[in-house]
Design a protein around this ligand. Structure first.
Ligand code: 6GU
Length: 267
């Protein structure tokens, strides 16, 4: 097996084509924790395989992160690749496994990448638990970057204005916000949450930003959506618990699946 991550993604895309019988994909959706049930509303399943059937994918390390890839045909005839679960930087395998799914999707023809996540809310004054928020921009505090060398790519519009406007055609009331990513796996301290508010964050999590950068490098348009599962530490209420985060995600998943299905059909 190659140790060039781009060649590995090409190999995975070839294996993906033969495993699913789909020649080229239009859109990829990465379903974060709690978002997996939303996948069912996006279209008719053509094939589903464990990610570990493809070169370069690592088994899911955390409960609630399924680690499967589904090929779907939408009502409008588009082919979608749904990644059920993702690899996180906090798993300690480095940055390449984190972005391998997005790179594979792009090698398989994808020009649109939808990244979903479960996030902490930094603005309990205006946000509700269970609310889905469009990501307008990000602040990458993971300390990592999927690119190396003199790849000075522009990140002025990582999260496409056009795609955000498409979502608002379906759900005009959806708010936008800036997503801050930490490496994890710990949740933030109350002081870190205060810092996030001060520097302009609206949501906080442990994913998405590296995949978004890899997608932009690959020339894809990116849509990001956070599901607010709880307020950040110290803002209000009880301390955080991973089980609660998963449960809140499940409750809104169906509604989000319908929204994503409608958005994908407008691409
Ligand atoms: Cl409060 N922080 C982080 N980093 N990730 C989260 C979260 C908080 N809530 C859900 N996911």
């Amino acid at each position: 097996m190659t140790n060039d991550p781009y060649a590995l993604a090409t190999d995975a895309a070839i294996a993906l084509r033969s495993a699913t019988g789909v020649d080229s994909f239009d859109v990829a959706l990465v379903m974060g924790s709690g978002w997996v049930p939303a996948a069912d509303a996006i279209g008719e399943t053509l094939a589903e395989i464990p990610v570990t059937d493809l070169p370069g994918f690592t088994p899911a390390a955390v409960a609630g992160h399924a680690g499967r890839i589904r090929a779907v045909r939408t009502a409008t005839g588009a082919s979608a690749l749904i990644l059920l679960g993702r690899t996180h930087l906090y798993e300690g395998r480095g940055v390449e496994p984190v972005v391998h799914g997005v790179r594979t999707a792009i090698k398989a023809g994808v020009r649109t990448v939808v990244l979903t996540n479960a996030a902490g809310g930094l603005r309990p004054e205006t946000q509700k638990v269970g609310e889905a928020i469009l990501i307008s921009d990000h602040i990458n505090l993971t300390g990592a970057n999927p690119l190396t060398g003199a790849t000075f790519i522009d990140l002025t519009e990582v999260y496409s204005r056009r795609l955000r406007a498409l979502v608002r055609e379906v759900d005009p009331g959806m708010a936008e916000g800036v997503y801050i990513a930490f490496r994890g796996p710990t949740y933030e301290t109350p002081a870190e949450i205060q810092m996030c508010r001060t520097i302009g964050g609206d949501m906080v999590g442990m994913s998405t930003v590296l995949e978004a950068i890899a997608a932009r490098e690959g020339g894809a348009e990116v849509l990001g959506i956070s599901l607010v599962t709880n307020p950040g530490a110290g803002l209000v209420g009880e301390p955080l618990n991973h089980q609660e985060v998963l449960e809140v995600g499940r409750a809104t998943a169906t509604r989000m699946g319908e929204l994503l299905g409608q958005v994908v059909s407008k691409l």
